[in-house]
Design a protein around this ligand. Structure first.
Ligand SMILES: Nc1ncnc2c1ncn2[C@@H]1O[C@H](COP(=O)(O)OP(=O)(O)O)[C@@H](O)[C@H]1O
Ligand SMILES: [Mg+2]
Length: 230
């Protein structure tokens, strides 16, 4: 059984088809990049996969359960249990330290546990920054705190929307190395990006254009001009 399956999923705003009859299957342990130019429906897809929004039509199967018609409250519970989210803008709480930011995710899931939160920070190489506020951390360090926060409740899928969009090249490499490590440990990763290099590190690239899947095998044929990135 696939971990995640989008079956004929559409999301329609007025007369705009942000997703237009999309079919995507992702297996446990896969590292998939969803790519496409701006406005192609990447964030819309992420919001639906991440249990933040319902599609207009179609089925979304997570672990075999159809989540496409669930209420906001039901979706929130599933998101808490199964999804770890990473955003371009970090979304850390500015007046909480790194370790407290990780503990907030534990709080919403079950119980805060500082020792476990510290372990997660160690895993991303930030044990010595645990008591720093976000404003005292570099962009790369903030994103690593977000990776620790996404991991803390052992989600089935890590879902990242443009995770390196605000990072310089060096920090992009650090975050991608972390993704590689998670992938090797069996984590399922879905990374939304328009950055060809980030896409090329994934096992498989699904390309969206105008809300439709135009390729599923890594042939990156839009954007920077070159189709042969690997
Ligand atoms: N809440 C919304 N209301 C109306 N249109 C939206 C909304 N969200 C996204 N769209 C439109 O849907 C299309 C896909 O958007 P999005 O998924 O954000 O693209 P991407 O992340 O690939 O840049 C765009 O044309 C965008 O303007
Ligand atoms: Mg987007």
């Amino acid at each position: 059984m696939s971990l995640l399956e989008l079956k004929d999923v559409s999301k329609i705003y007025g007369d705009l088809h942000a997703l237009d009859h999309v079919n995507i299957t992702i297996d446990q342990g896969e590292w998939v990049a969803i790519m496409g130019p701006s406005g192609s429906g990447k964030s819309t897809a992420m919001n639906i996969i991440g249990c933040m929004d319902n599609p207009t039509s179609g089925e979304v199967l997570l672990d075999g359960q159809d989540i496409s018609k669930l209420s906001r409250k039901e979706l929130t519970e599933i998101r808490r249990d199964k999804i770890g989210l990473i955003f371009q803008q970090f979304h850390l709480i500015s007046y909480l330290t790194a370790v407290e930011n990780v503990m907030v995710a534990q709080y919403y899931h079950s119980l805060p546990d500082e020792a476990e939160a510290m372990e997660a920070l160690e895993r991303v190489g930030l044990a010595d920054r645990a008591k720093h506020l976000p404003s005292q951390l570099s962009g790369g360090e903030q994103q690593r705190v977000c990776v620790a926060r996404a991991l803390i409740n052992h989600p089935e899928i890590i879902l990242a929307d443009e995770p390196t969009g605000n990072l310089d090249e060096q920090n992009e490499r650090i975050v991608l190395d972390l993704f590689r490590q998670l992938h090797n440990e069996g984590t399922t990763l879905v990374v939304v990006t328009h950055d060809a290099e980030v896409g090329a590190t994934a096992q498989r690239v699904i390309t969206l254009e105008y809300g439709k899947v135009t390729s599923e095998n890594g042939d990156i044929s839009f954007g920077k001009g070159s189709g042969a990135i690997r």
